[in-house]
Design a protein around this ligand. Structure first.
Ligand SMILES: Nc1ncnc2c1ncn2[C@@H]1O[C@H](COP(=O)(O)OP(=O)(O)OP(=O)(O)O)[C@@H](O)[C@H]1O
Ligand SMILES: [Mg+2]
Length: 286
């Protein structure tokens, strides 16, 4: 990467501040489906500091994706609150949340969720241009710079379908960074990659986190990768626990399946939730 590129990314990092980036207080989530309720989060508390890379671990079905959806403001908690950069997000209305999400939060999912008919560059531009496609020259330059940063300079104009799995996930990393978010939420970002590509993608996220001061919270089942993060948060039984939970699925676990199309920071995605297909009126449908 050129010095200019590093400087360009660096200069876009958010201003340092001693206050925690994110304060999560007693978040609870109960999915309600007609006659029965599924309590998933039972009072989650933790804090994320600015610029740290934190892994979130927990058995399948323990609520990691649910929590990331809540913190990403894609789903409302049943109760509890969280503040990001001093703003109480649970108090914001839908339109305010949407703007906040688009500007402050980047998403990376297990499956890249790129728009297949768009080029790598257009996919990265999407959070900036929006559905009405109002791109600027500065936006296009930043998208190109980010693609260069993730090593895809020679693939910018390839359609997403013509990229390898590892390349697609690198485009997804670049896309998450497009609007210079303060926080990147990554739900098993390497879960669909082989070891080599997983290591590459993780190394890339770590480098970018260090260069830009962007905070990363990533869920993973990969303990090796989690050990390389600065800190680990363990979720079990619906709460944050001090010790790694035993590596066994929780009784509530069910196989993962894509369940819903939503708009995340103007990026169409399918959230990969386990579940029984129960309705959750909090989720927005595209
Ligand atoms: N819409 C829903 N209605 C009812 N229950 C749901 C719904 N969505 C998720 N759940 C339940 O919430 C629990 C937590 O699911 P979640 O996807 O958050 O787990 P996870 O920790 O991300 O698991 P994995 O590691 O397998 O991705 C699961 O038991 C699931 O069945
Ligand atoms: Mg999950």
């Amino acid at each position: 990467m050129s010095a200019t590129t590093t400087a360009a990314i660096h200069s876009l990092a958010s201003a340092a501040d001693d206050a925690p980036l994110l304060e999560v207080r007693d978040i609870r989530k109960i999915f309600v489906d007609r006659d029965f309720q599924t309590p998933v989060l039972k009072g989650v508390n933790f804090t994320l500091n600015r610029g740290e890379m934190v892994a979130m671990l927990g058995p399948s079905g323990s609520g990691k994706s649910t929590l990331l959806s809540i913190l990403g403001t894609l789903m409302r908690p049943t109760s509890g609150s969280f503040r990001m950069q001093g703003r109480e997000l649970t108090a914001l209305r839908e339109a305010e949340l949407s703007d906040f999400r688009n500007q402050q939060i980047g998403f990376i999912f297990q499956y890249h969720h790129l728009l297949p008919d768009f080029t790598a560059l257009e996919n990265v531009l999407f959070p900036h241009a929006g559905r009405l496609w109002r791109e600027t020259r500065a936006g296009r330059e930043r998208a190109a710079m980010l693609l260069e940063r993730v090593g895809l300079r020679d693939r910018m104009n390839y359609r997403a379908t013509r990229l390898s799995g590892g390349q697609k996930q690198r485009v997804a990393i670049a896309r998450a960074l497009m609007n210079q978010p303060a926080l990147v939420l990554a739900d098993e970002p390497t879960g669909n990659l082989d070891r080599e590509n997983a290591d590459q993608a993780f190394a890339l996220m770590t480098e970018i986190q260090r260069e830009t001061g962007t905070t990363f919270l990533l869920s993973t089942h990969d303990r090796d990768l989690a050990e390389r993060c600065e800190r680990r948060i363990y979720i079990a039984g619906g709460v944050v626990v001090d010790q790694p939970p035993r590596a066994e699925p929780s009784s509530a676990a069910t196989p993962s399946r894509p369940s819903m199309r939503v708009i995340a920071g103007d990026v169409p995605v399918v959230i990969d939730h386990t579940g029984n297909g129960g309705s959750d009126t909090d989720r927005r449908r595209a």
